[in-house]
Design a protein around this ligand. Structure first.
Ligand SMILES: [Zn+2]
Length: 696
């Protein structure tokens, strides 16, 4: 299919790994444009064809063309993230609107929807593999949730609802940001700064100076607000900051920044959308593509966890109150004292420095440890390999397993560990290529693993904090999900098609190994002495990990329950929901699960961006949900390793690979979990790992 002009463009070469050394910003526009044209022409041709479509004649060519575009644009997006120089930023942004327009157009293409439906209803459907049937089902579901099946006279209204929702979400964020920036606390006397760390003071002084004023300016931005609440000895300052923060974007501040009416309107629109699609409420719509089946099931899950966590939260709070009374002279613990007293208690009890821990985690030892865990669990080898990269610091590896005729290639990954000025922050795993086998050929998967850790200095290897090590294992868990897949269908291989509330299972699962004494002994070596992590330091790390886990858990449960019930129980069928109704529901939830009840003037919903301006509506529960799955899965390894001195049990590892990692999105995540664990998920392992275990 390649003509002369495309043959010369390295972005259009899909024969092997991306040619990072040859690909230049000027290749982007012609390559992406030609791939979009190719896709558009194909869709036009296929939808114009008369007769019933077939898998090989319709889905396969669609997949093939889609994969080429996805892979080429994936390279551009990747370079935009890891090599963000002006020319690449420009090349990326120049094509971004066009690519978004193309994907939106495909999602709303009714002729395409009709073709998928015709194949789904044809005699061929019964002859397709269950995986292919599932892929078609997902495709139709996504079209339906975008309103494709509504009667023609309802479609304009559905479109209006979508547009108004995105406008309201944007306004919600803007109000919150403006309200956050609208307030400042000024301190004129140095004595008023007592307790506040130096770097925070300096930033506050610089902020005042920037306005040509004396004194110190503290703001409601996290890096200023949080340290004041944690460290400022001046209780009045903490109280004022707390109140300002808690009432942001509400009717208690500037009327034009009040998010209350927006909340009411967003809820009404979501309710209307749900009813148009034939559901009882928005919580049901949100759960359609998720692992959880019904709002009742999720609520039951949250209540079960709450019942078990609440006694520990109460204990945490009692302990904090007693400490505040005895050590800090605070007879009543007010909400603006909680962070302050907690920080003092944490220091008194579990003080150790990240700096101390870091000396035990030099990079080569950590990588050896990580690869060793993977080798022991899955009996695969990780070997250095060669491929063009975007930076000399990037490494490339191949994964092999033993086959009947010698080593067999499983997949490849790039490892880009160190921070650079051209790399966006954070850590992530992304797909460079997905496993597939089809009429047009087959490919093994390739992943990008990207972190922002410190690099080596002064001839010594880089050393990582324990948090860094957790991040590395987490991203590697996503990577293994992508790389160890055995699914041949692109749409559900690796992490593709995995339910949103189950995607974090393999990643959080891997984190658990970083808290195991035996595993840590094999992956730590003091950077000067070579000694492994001492037991006393390890014990402190574990204790600090579980500090106030009861209180933290019930807080997350409060948010989750409020979100779910708001979208499932509050009647919004007769127009915007009054904010009093929203606040009353939050009070009800707090009476059930919270241990610390905020003052009546607290306006939490007005800043709950996750659900009003992010993608988490009726989905906030996913954080805890996935944590339960990963902890419960890890418990299988603890059980298998009991009495053997190591939980790196290859038989359990083989089963985890086969039932969870290998199958990707090819079957429901709950089926995969049950196939691995032999039963439904339970919350007990998470409670135990968080130190919430009833004392006998
Ligand atoms: Zn993750």
């Amino acid at each position: 299919m390649q003509n002369d002009s495309t043959a010369a463009n390295p972005l259009l070469d899909f024969s092997a790994m991306p040619r990072f050394e040859d690909i230049k910003p000027e290749h982007v526009e012609p390559a992406i444009r030609s791939l979009i044209d190719e896709n558009r022409a194909l869709i036009e041709r296929l939808t114009a064809e008369p007769g019933t479509p077939t898998w090989d004649g319709f889905v396969s060519p669609m997949d093939e063309a889609g994969e080429r575009l996805g892979r080429a644009w994936g390279v551009v997006g990747h370079l935009h993230s890891v090599f963000d120089v002006p020319e690449w930023r420009e090349a990326y942004n120049a094509m971004l609107p066009e690519i978004s327009r193309f994907y939106a157009e495909v999602g709303q293409n009714l002729a395409l929807f009709e073709k998928y439906k015709a194949l789904h209803d044809s005699p061929e459907f019964a002859t397709l593999s269950p995986v292919r049937q599932r892929i078609l089902g997902h495709g139709l579901r996504d079209f339906r949730l975008s309103g494709a099946e509504l009667p023609d006279d309802q479609k304009p209204r559905f479109q209006e609802i979508q547009e108004e929702q995105s406008q309201l979400a944007a306004k919600f964020s803007e109000n919150l940001l403006d309200a956050t920036n609208a307030h400042a606390e000024w301190v004129s006397d140095e004595a008023g700064l007592a307790g506040i760390p130096d770097d925070v003071r300096q930033a506050a002084r610089a902020a005042a100076e920037a306005e040509g004023k004396p004194g110190w300016k503290f703001t409601l931005q996290m890096p200023s607000y949080l340290p004041v609440l944690q460290y400022a000895d001046d209780r009045e300052l903490r109280a004022r900051m707390y109140r300002a923060y808690a009432t942001r974007a509400s009717e208690l501040g500037k009327p034009e920044l009040d998010n209350g009416p927006l909340i009411g309107r967003i809820l009404a629109l979501r309710d209307e959308e749900a009813r148009m699609l034939g559901y009882r409420n928005f919580a049901e719509v949100s759960l359609v593509p998720k692992m959880a089946d019904t709002p009742e099931q999720v609520l039951g899950f949250l209540r079960d966890l709450a019942a078990k966590a609440k006694p520990f939260a109460e204990k945490d709070l009692e302990e904090l109150k007693a400490f505040a009374r005895a050590e800090l002279g605070l007879d009543t613990l007010e909400p603006w004292d909680v962070a302050y007293a907690s920080e003092k208690l944490r220091q008194a009890r579990y003080a150790y420095s990240d700096q101390e821990v870091k000396q035990y985690f030099p990079e080569p030892k950590v990588l050896d440890g990580l690869f060793g865990v993977i080798r022991a669990l899955y009996r695969v080898d990780i070997l250095p390999d060669e491929a063009p990269t975007w930076d000399p610091d990037v490494r490339f590896f191949r994964i092999e397993k033993d086959g009947a005729d010698g080593p067999e290639l499983v997949g490849h990954f790039y490892l880009d560990l160190h921070a650079r000025s051209t790399k966006r922050g954070g850590a992530w795993m992304d797909s460079a290529r997905s496993r597939h086998r089809n009429t047009w050929g087959s490919d093994t998967p390739v992943a990008y693993l990207v972190c922002n850790f410190p690099g080596p200095v002064g001839g010594k290897p880089a050393t990582f904090t324990h948090d860094d090590v957790l991040t590395l294992f987490h991203e590697c868990g996503h990577g293994l999900h992508h790389l160890l897949t055995q699914v041949d269908e692109l749409a559900v291989s690796g992490i593709h098609g995995v339910e949103w509330d189950a995607v974090e299972l393999p990643s959080q699962f891997m984190e658990n190994f970083c808290w195991e004494w035996d595993v840590l002994q094999g992956m730590t070596a003091h950077v000067d002495t070579g000694a492994p992590l001492p037991r006393a330091l390890y014990d402190k790390m574990i204790a600090a990990k579980n500090f106030q886990s009861g209180m933290q858990t019930v807080r997350q449960l409060e948010f989750s329950m409020f979100d779910l019930r708001l979208h499932g129980e509050v009647d919004a069928s007769s127009g915007p929901v009054p904010i009093e109704r929203v606040m009353a529901l939050l009070d009800e939830v707090r009476r059930e699960v919270a241990v610390m009840i905020p003052p009546a003037w607290h306006r939490f919903p007005h800043s709950f961006s996750h659900i009003f301006a992010g993608g988490y509506a009726a989905g906030y529960y996913s954080y805890k949900w996935a944590e339960v799955l990963s902890a419960d899965a890890f418990e299988a390894f603890e059980e298998a390793g009991a009495g053997k001195g190591s939980l790196l049990d290859p038989e359990t590892g083989e089963r985890f690979w086969r039932e969870i990692l290998a199958v990707g999105g090819s079957r429901p995540a709950l089926d995969s979990f049950k196939a691995f664990r032999g039963r439904e998920p339970r919350v007990d392992a998470l409670l135990r790992h968080s130190g919430m275990v009833a004392q006998a």
